[in-house]
Design a protein. Structure first.
Length: 217
């Protein structure tokens, strides 16, 4: 089975398993989505949601976080990993939005990636989930699954993103990104499936007997 055929199998199973794909990070607007994605680095969505549900009812605009200042932001997100670095990014990002964009989140990859603490993956999530622009955010989990399913050679997340965009029609990208995340959490877990037990792995590689080793991002 070649990669094109495997991609069709993956798409069919994911569409059947997850016909609906709610955004896992809770948010009130595009700005709070951006903040939540930034906070989710090296942290679970559940933890981020638990922290932000106490923050967003009161603080949900760049102006709010600028007024708070770094130290108060640190206290608010203290239970999140590397909170000091993230607090600095949240503050500087908010300050830039107020000073340069009148408090609005920019709508292009280039402008988003220039914001403090915002990389390509974060920008891709905001463009796809926030603005509905076709994008394919690739994190370490999607990178791992794409290798297991034979959709990429696993060099790095940049190559994985290119391969996935090549194999799947653009109209599926935004939904597919979330479907892969959900499937990985439920069925193709890093330390359970190992590429040999879930439905996608057994469908794409019916003769695979040994656990597949994946290259880290």
């Amino acid at each position: 089975m070649n990669e094109v055929r495997r991609a069709k199998v993956v798409l069919k199973i994911l569409n059947k398993t997850y016909p609906k794909t709610p955004i896992p990070l809770k948010h009130r607007n595009i700005f709070t989505l951006l903040i939540s994605v930034l906070l989710s680095a090296q942290c679970t969505d559940v933890n981020v949601n638990n922290v932000t549900k106490e923050i967003y009812p009161k603080y949900n605009k760049p102006e709010h976080f600028v007024k708070l200042g770094r130290k108060k932001i640190e206290k608010l997100i203290r239970s999140i990993g590397i909170f000091r670095i993230k607090a600095k990014s949240v503050y500087n990002l908010s300050k830039t939005l107020v000073e340069k964009y009148k408090g609005k989140v920019p709508r292009t990859f280039e402008q988003l990636e220039e914001l403090p603490g915002v990389g390509h993956k974060t920008a891709s999530v905001v463009m796809s989930q926030g603005f509905g622009y076709p994008a394919f955010p690739v994190d370490t989990h999607i990178h791992r699954l794409a290798q297991r399913w034979g959709l990429t050679n696993g060099k790095d997340v940049i190559q994985t993103e290119k391969d996935l965009k090549r194999l799947f029609p653009k109209r599926y990208w935004n939904k597919l990104h979330l479907q892969i995340i959900y499937y990985g959490r439920e069925f193709c877990k890093a330390r359970e499936c190992y590429g040999i037990s879930c439905k996608i792995c057994t469908s794409c590689y019916p003769n695979r007997k040994k656990p597949i080793k994946t290259k880290k991002a």
